[in-house]
Design a protein around this ligand. Structure first.
Ligand SMILES: [Zn+2]
Length: 432
């Protein structure tokens, strides 16, 4: 077995690892590089393998930085199987289609025409849905998907051949309100582990911060706008807000959602609600949440006075309907923008979270936000350093552990922590 770390080595996007055995080659994840222009341009570099040599792709979860290069691979001629859990494949279809739509419609996008919806349709024809804990075989290897927490359907991948190797995928937090905790890493010869928060212990409390925001919007009778990722974060927020209103009916105010991708993701979360920790309340929340028909209702919603809470995308304020809401209420000093997600360098969300109030949007327009901005670190769907260490706790201390999917400092911090705990064979992916 040979491993080649291709993407998400010293960064957290563009996940892709090549596993080569005597019977062929497979990819673990095939994700898009996202962020500043120089990172996005990495998607245009030639792939370091012959596409026709790849027999299969195993997708750990649906996020674009893990799935978003699949249609490109298909465009280059890939026709092998794509294995993942059922919810992952359903969510990946939504995410890849949205990405194709952006590449098709944005004139100045660096990835203009990178792939289109036809490539996504071909990709979905290659999907081979799998079930957690039920082994399947590919290239003579036995492969099992194990729950990784993080988002609906997310898996760690166990591959058994002459050696056993585990790919963590993105690991979720033990105490996630919606998604069950990741299953601990089983014994293996080699472990490839993400290290996004390898140097951090989570700060803040998700429930407290959300409650404070909801109370503020109610008591100050203002407009609350939540910038949320359409997949996973939105479904969690809708469920938690609805749960809070059930427990505190006097605090209930109008809650609306606006975003076509969010509505599609809601359907998948409803279909697989039993795989979450709160199946009943999730189902009820997603069934009953008020969805804005943007074309028909925008004229009336934009004249709305508080209290009102809107959940819209994108989560990093880098495009989408959220910009219309911010533009409309930019001069309202009582309006409040809540950012409960990771804000990447170079995004409007990052600028707003750092105190800048003027952001540039498309066509040379700008928005100067006059109201409050609340930025929270508590909502991340990634395990922090303690969670990563806990995930490893059942393996032998001599196991070879490769760290990927993390900034250099996060990986270095996790290496020294694991050394301190007695793990003797921790390596940084790409360094060997
Ligand atoms: Zn992810």
């Amino acid at each position: 077995m040979k491993l080649k770390f291709i993407g998400a080595i010293d960064e957290v996007t563009g996940s892709m690892t090549l596993l080569e055995t005597t019977s062929g080659k497979i990819l673990i994840d095939c994700g898009l590089h996202q962020g500043l222009d120089f990172i996005v341009k990495k998607n245009l570099e030639p792939l370091p393998f012959e596409v026709r040599d790849i027999s299969a792709v195993i997708l750990t979860h649906a996020h674009l930085d893990h799935s978003g290069l699949i249609p490109h691979l298909v465009k280059l001629g890939f026709r092998g199987n794509i294995y993942a859990t059922k919810p992952t494949l359903k969510l990946a279809k939504i995410i890849m289609a949205d990405s194709a739509h952006i590449f098709e419609k944005s004139e100045n996008h660096l990835l203009k025409s990178f792939y289109d919806i036809e490539d996504v349709i071909v990709a979905t024809s290659l999907f081979k849905p799998q079930t957690f804990h039920v082994p399947f075989s590919a290239l003579g290897m036995t492969i099992t998907l194990l729950p990784a927490g993080h988002i609906l359907g997310a898996a760690s991948v166990q591959i058994q051949a002459d050696q056993t190797i585990i790919f963590s995928g993105d690991l979720g937090r033990i105490e996630d309100p919606l998604i069950p905790a990741p299953e601990k890493c089983p014994k293996a010869d080699i472990v490839v582990m993400e290290s996004t928060y390898g140097g951090r212990i989570r700060e803040g409390n998700l429930e407290i911060e959300l409650t404070q925001f909801l109370k503020k919007i109610k008591t100050q009778s203002c407009i609350g706008i939540i910038a949320s990722f359409a997949v996973a974060r939105s479904q969690m927020l809708i469920t938690l807000i609805n749960q809070y209103y059930k427990l505190n009916p006097n605090d209930k105010i109008r809650l609306v959602i606006d975003g076509p991708m969010m509505i599609e993701a809601n359907k998948v979360y409803k279909e697989f609600s039993q795989e979450t920790k709160l199946p009943e309340i999730l189902l009820e929340s997603l069934e009953n949440v008020e969805v804005i028909d943007h074309t028909r209702e925008w004229e009336s919603i934009k004249k709305q006075t508080g209290p009102l809470i809107v959940i819209s995308s994108s989560g990093m304020v880098s495009g989408g309907r959220i910009l219309r809401y911010l533009e409309n209420w930019q001069n309202d000093t009582k309006a409040c923008l809540f950012l409960p997600g990771y804000q990447a360098e170079g995004t409007a969300g990052k600028q707003l979270s750092e105190g800048n109030r003027t952001i540039h949007i498309c066509d040379g327009k700008e928005i100067t936000w006059s109201g409050e901005v609340i930025s929270s670190q508590a909502f991340s769907s990634h395990a922090d350093q303690n969670g990563l260490i806990d995930w490893l706790s059942n393996i032998d201390k001599s196991t070879a552990i490769y760290l990927n999917h993390g900034e250099k400092t996060s990986k270095e911090c996790l290496v020294s922590k694991l050394h301190e705990l007695g793990y003797q064979n921790v390596l940084i992916a790409g360094s060997k």
